[in-house]
Design a protein around this ligand. Structure first.
Ligand code: PLP
Length: 361
C-alpha cells in the first residue's frame, strides 16, 4: 500500500481539538447557530476528516467555495445543509439538486437563472463593502427579489480581525439597512474574528473558518483556540558543516560556526513557502527538534529543507528522526509570519504528498 511507502511528511489532524474549537465558538455565538467553513479542503486538513468531526460536535451547516467541494461534504455528511459561496455557475443548477446544496447567490443574472429553472432554497449575498461578490446593499431597490425570497441573507466582513476600524461599523449599518427589506429572513454573518467582537452584529448564524483549524482570531493577543494541525518531516541525512561553508542552492546561508545540518523531506512542492528561507540576508522559518527551535539553513528547496540542528539535544538529530514544522509552538500564525504570509495560506497550502492522520475522533 502506498500509505506505508515513504512520503513527504506526516500531517496529524486533531479532531478533538477541532471539535473543541467549534464548541468554543458555538458557545460565543449562541443562541445564533455556528456554521463551519470547510472550503479549500477544510483549510488543508481534509474535508473527509474535518466535516464528519464537526458534524459529530453538532455542526449542521457547512460552507464551501465550489460545487466540487460540496460533493465531498455531501459524501461525508448525509444530512448537512451545504452552501456554495461561489454561487451558481452558468448551467450548473442540476448539480445543486443532485447534491441537495444551496448556492450563495450574488448577482441578478444568477438569481434569474436559479428562479427560471425552479431552483430551491438559496442564500442571498449582500455586499456591504468588500466589493468582490454579492449584491450591493445600496443597489437592492433595483433588484427584483422573486416570490419566497432567500432562505438566508449573508454578508462578509472586510477587516473583522481589526474590530476598531470604521469599516466594521459601516458594514454593520449597511447590513441592517439591507435586512429591513427581508423581514423574517435569517442572517449569516462574520468569520472567525467576528465571534469575538465587543459590538456584535445581530444574526441567526455565524460562520467560522480559520479559528476552527487553530488559527488565532485575535491577532496580537493570546490565541483562544486549540492547535489542530501538526506537521512533521522525516530526517533523511545529518551532516557536519564547517564554519564559513554554505548550505543549499545559491549559497544563501553561511555557517557562522561548525554546524550540524539535518535535511528533511518537505519542500515548497509540499506547500511550505519558499519564502521561509533563512539566509544571511533575512530570517526565515524554523523546525523543532526535542522541543528546541532550530532555524532553517538556506533556501527551501522543492522537496527538501535544511535545518540547523546544532543546538538540538544530543542524539536526536539522526536519520529516521522527525522534525516538526508546525506544532503547538510553531503555530500556523507564527509559521505564516516567518514566511512573509498569513497562517491561512500556510494551512490551505498543506501539500498533497503528506500522509494525513486523524486523531482524537
Ligand atoms: C472564508 C470565508 C469565511 C471564513 O472566514 P475565516 O476568517 O476563515 O473564519 C466566512 N465567510 C465567507 C464568505 C468566506 O469566504
Amino acid at each position: 500500500m502506498s500509505e506505508s511507502l515513504p512520503h513527504a511528511g506526516r500531517l496529524t489532524i486533531d479532531c478533538g481539538a477541532l471539535a473543541d474549537n467549534w464548541r468554543l465558538l458555538a458557545a460565543r455565538a449562541a443562541p445564533a447557530e455556528t456554521a463551519a467553513v470547510v472550503k479549500a479542503n477544510a483549510y488543508g486538513t481534509g474535508i473527509d476528516i474535518a466535516a464528519p468531526a464537526l458534524a459529530k460536535a453538532g455542526c449542521t451547516t457547512f460552507f464551501v467555495a465550489h460545487l466540487s467541494e460540496a460533493a465531498r461534504v455531501r459524501a461525508a455528511c448525509r444530512n448537512a445543509v451545504i452552501y456554495v459561496l461561489h454561487g451558481l455557475p452558468a448551467g450548473g443548477i442540476a448539480h445543486f439538486a443532485k447534491l441537495q446544496a444551496r448556492p450563495v447567490i450574488g448577482s441578478a443574472p444568477e438569481l434569474a437563472e436559479w428562479q427560471a429553472q425552479g431552483g430551491g432554497a438559496y442564500a442571498l449575498h449582500i455586499d456591504t463593502g468588500m466589493n468582490r461578490l454579492g449584491v450591493r446593499y445600496d443597489g437592492l431597490a433595483e433588484f427584483d427579489i422573486p416570490n419566497g425570497g432567500p432562505a438566508l441573507l449573508m454578508t462578509h466582513f472586510v477587516s473583522s480581525e481589526l474590530p476598531d476600524l470604521p469599516i466594521n461599523a459601516a458594514q454593520r449599518a449597511a447590513f441592517s439597512l439591507a435586512r429591513a427589506r427581508f423581514p423574517g429572513v435569517p442572517a449569516s454573518v462574520s468569520n472567525s474574528s467576528g465571534f469575538f467582537h465587543a459590538e456584535r452584529l445581530a444574526a441567526e448564524q455565524y460562520r467560522a473558518g480559520y479559528a476552527l483549524y487553530g488559527g488565532n482570531p485575535l491577532p496580537g493577543q493570546p490565541n483562544p483556540m486549540r492547535p489542530v494541525v501538526k506537521l512533521e518531516a522525516p530526517i533523511l541525512q545529518v551532516r557536519r558543516v564547517k564554519a564559513g561553508e554554505t548550505v543549499g542552492y545559491n549559497q544563501r546561508w553561511t555557517a557562522k560556526r561548525d554546524s550540524l545540518i539535518a535535511t528533511v523531506s518537505v519542500g515548497y512542492a509540499d506547500g511550505y513557502p519558499r519564502n521561509g528561507a533563512n539566509t544571511d540576508m533575512k530570517p526565515g522559518g524554523h523546525g523543532r527538534l526535542g522541543g528546541v527551535l532550530c532555524p532553517f539553513a538556506g533556501n527551501v528547496s522543492m522537496d527538501l529543507i535544511t535545518v540547523d540542528v546544532t543546538d538540538a539535544p544530543a542524539g536526536l538529530a539522526e536519520r529516521g528522526g522527525w522534525i516538526s514544522l508546525i506544532d503547538e509552538v510553531l503555530d500556523v500564525d507564527r509559521v505564516g509570519a516567518a514566511c512573509g504570509t498569513i497562517g491561512y495560506e500556510i494551512l490551505t497550502s498543506l501539500g498533497a504528498r503528506y500522509q494525513r492522520r486523524a486523531i482524537g475522533g
